[in-house]
Write a protein that binds this ligand. Sequence first.
Ligand SMILES: Cc1cc2nc3c(=O)[nH]c(=O)nc-3n(C[C@H](O)[C@H](O)[C@H](O)COP(=O)(O)OP(=O)(O)OC[C@H]3O[C@@H](n4cnc5c(N)ncnc54)[C@H](O)[C@@H]3O)c2cc1C
Length: 441
Amino acid sequence: MPPTIVEIVKKGLCLGCGMCELACPHGAISMTYDNIRGIHQPVISSEKCTNCNLCQEVCFAVHCRIWLNKGIDTWAAVLGKCVSCYTGFATDHDLRFKAASGGIVTALLIFLLEEGYVDGAIVTRIEPKGEPGPPIAKAFIAKSKDELISATGSKYCPVILTDAFKALERGKHYVFVGLPCQIYAAKKLAEINKRFKNCIKLYIGLFCGGTFSYNAIEYLLRKYGLEARTVTRLEYRGGGWPGRMFIQTDSSSIVIPFPEYWPLLSPWFYLNTCMTCIEGFNPQADISCGDAWIPAIMSKDKVGTSIVVSRTKIGDELIKKAEMRRYIVLQKVDVKTILNAQKSMLTFKHLRINERLHILSTLHKEYIGGGVKFMRMKARTRIYLGELSILLGRFLASREKLWPIFDLYRILLKSFLTFLMQLKALKANVTRRLKHPLQLS
Ligand SMILES: Cc1cc2nc3c(=O)[nH]c(=O)nc-3n(C[C@H](O)[C@H](O)[C@H](O)COP(=O)(O)OP(=O)(O)OC[C@H]3O[C@@H](n4cnc5c(N)ncnc54)[C@H](O)[C@@H]3O)c2cc1C
């Protein structure tokens, strides 16, 4: 039996999107902010609830567990169906600089709006001074180029989708930009509720390694001596590539480079469901986009390049038209290049998943029912130890009072891993010298 929404919330698996509220035909669900977990979660009125379970249907956390049990068994299945793969960027240099990677997503949206393919785009922006916690990300319907540009950049936090979906107008056409979990929920909602049927004509998906709870930004703000309630502007990415976080408060502003803040948060503050989600490439979208972590590009490009995977005929046609109309520049690449560019996501989401699931299902007996079929079933002790150290770090990160210990733990872990790597390099050097004793260097 799949878990109910109440069970999903109880087990801390909610992703905070609010789609269950929209799915409920009886208005029995409302979202409230949980200060401890750092996320909005559904509260269900037992008087109004009729146990119709439509909320369960749209919930990605429920789907994720069912899907995981089916398993996937090839690299092609990991990437999902694909018409063509490209790297590319927006031709508008300012947009490309402001965007998360190459500005492809925003450039495509501008093309779709200006050329009359859609009436609006469901995108996401940060609303400063969240009450009572940190600034909150909310989806809204952008109907102009300026509004689209105001929504550029990745928001590595849960996003409330409800207001944007409530504002969709019958007979109008929209494009939706979302993470794998959000696209799953939006498609399911369109299936079960007539009001949302045929509204969304195109789904543009972002690759996703995982999303942080709002505790991540609270932690970071505290680390830099800032108070959440004073934040007036927050950008997680942008300002070139790989980009930086920009925080403005009532009295000051700071910039934290992406490579500096990322290891402080990932995977420590990932939502629990992200730890067991294997849909990082956003397989259900028409077009999926990610960062082009390709060494040959990264060594030269300081502005930004995206990976683009077209998955449907319509998706591929629109990309090509946008290129023809000079909104974007594209270069074809092969599947292997895409998979290589996403090595760290693949390692985290796929190559270590069996060990992670084994540990989680041992600790929480009910966590995952059944087995997991994946391409590599042989467990490795090194991965088990790594996963246990992640679990301990996540425990420390999940409790505000333990953040000083979490800081110390991360430093010790990093020193230990550096020591292990040096030891490995030394061992390799000695082995090489023993094999070739006459070699001078
Ligand atoms: C939580 C998260 C995790 C990610 N993980 C990876 C990863 O592991 N590997 C990788 O290659 N890429 C990842 N990405 C995608 C990457 O950060 C870029 O979004 C992608 O490369 C597109 O860049 P762009 O410059 O074309 O997009 P832009 O032109 O900057 O446009 C981004 C669009 O996405 C929308 N958006 C931003 N954040 C969210 C959100 N949380 N939910 C819904 N819509 C949003 C914005 O409103 C905007 O319309 C992740 C993105 C997010 C939000």
